[in-house]
Write a protein that binds this ligand. Structure first.
Ligand code: TYM
Length: 331
């Protein structure tokens, strides 16, 4: 199993519910590798000093969320050089057309203008494919927004295997079903996913937000103008996206299905109060553990160094196989 998270700003509730909580569960069931993908963060403008800080913060948050280096491999992408090297080989099997069809590229390029978008942003899904394929990965736990990138990874691996002989394992995405937290929406704009690249912080719950900030953000979450009463609180992402998002958050944290949880509510105030409580309760121990790691960055760096060394052992073998399959002269 392999998955990754970008160290762009602080991770948020969408990252936690769509990915991290599953990572923690899965570390006992699978040979799992988890990666802070710092090279991916270079695809958008950012401050170099902030990047290394955010990389350490993200790794600390993953540990605080429950990743345990004795049960999984946790490492930083740029510490294993084969990620960049395999990306080149895969870029020489991918086509402009298929990368042009990636919706994340289209969205981001449309926002900032395609002319000035970085080439790395365009090629980003190929780097992601390299991440996954280097570890003979069967399963990739991700949120719904990564579905298309996983499809591309499978296509590239299949094409490569057909062209150059069996080299890569074909991976499968593991995505929670609808209502299971795979697509948490922005609290201020429930038609858009909660995202680090959103313009405003008001709709995003960061994992390090204080309880009063969380309460305020959830209380101000956009719902709709239906009057209270039976049926006002119901699971209906198309007609009632704001309310459904709160139900989904509550369901993911307390267990159960959002449509069943809805039956217990007649007004939005109580739903918001309970959703805020559930988030605060979940984050309390995580934030406490985070503070401990933040005081001892050396211990986090040691965990990452050990993770990189274990990851390298696997990645170097796969990369050598790929080199030889594509005809590069043995060293
Ligand atoms: P990233 O850093 O944007 O997000 C990390 C994980 O969080 C999930 N996620 C969400 N889930 C539910 N609701 C949301 N609003 C939400 N926002 C984010 C993402 O789906 C992801 O699982 N390209 C990836 C990182 C990556 C990767 C990989 C993942 C690089 N290489 C290899 C898997 C395998 C990304 O930008 O995720």
């Amino acid at each position: 199993m392999f998955s990754g998270i970008q160290p762009t700003g602080t991770s948020h509730l969408g990252n936690y519910l769509g990915a991290l909580r599953w990572w923690v569960d899965f570390q006992d069931r699978y040979d799992a590798l988890y990666c802070v993908v710092d090279l991916h963060a270079l695809t958008i403008p950012g401050d170099p000093e902030e990047l290394s800080k955010a990389t350490l913060t993200t790794a600390s948050l993953l540990l605080a969320a429950g990743l345990d280096p004795s049960r999984c491999i946790l490492f930083v992408q740029s510490h294993v050089h084969q990620h960049a090297e395999l990306t080149w080989l895969l870029e020489c099997t991918a086509s402009m057309g298929e990368l042009n069809r990636m919706t994340q590229w289209k969205d981001k390029a449309a926002k900032g203008g395609e002319e000035s978008a970085r080439v790395g942003l365009f090629a980003y899904p190929v780097l992601m494919a390299a991440d996954i394929l280097l570890y003979d990965t069967d399963l990739v736990p991700v949120g719904d927004d990564q579905r298309q990138h996983l499809e591309l990874t499978r296509d590239l691996a299949q094409r490569w295997n057909t062209r150059y002989g069996d080299t890569f394992t074909i991976p499968n995405a593991v995505i929670a079903p609808a209502g299971g937290g795979a697509r948490i929406m922005d609290l201020q704009d429930p038609l858009r996913k909660m995202s680090k690249s959103s313009g405003s912080d008001a709709g995003i719950i960061y994992l390090l937000d204080d309880p009063d900030v969380i309460e305020r953000k959830v209380k101000r979450a956009v719902t709709d103008l239906d009057p209270p009463g039976p049926g006002a609180v119901r699971w209906d992402p198309d007609e009632k996206p704001g309310v459904s998002n709160l139900l989904e958050i509550l369901a993911a944290l307390r267990g159960g299905k959002p449509e069943e949880i809805a039956a217990g509510y007649e007004n939005y105030g109580k739903l918001k109060a309970d959703a805020a409580d559930a988030v605060i309760e979940m984050l309390r121990p995580l934030q406490e553990r985070y503070r401990e790691y933040a005081q001892d960055p050396g211990s986090v760096q040691a965990i990452l160094a050990d993770g990189a060394s274990r990851a390298s052992d696997i990645a170097s073998r796969t990369y050598e196989r790929a080199r030889s399959a594509i005809g590069l002269l043995p060293r």
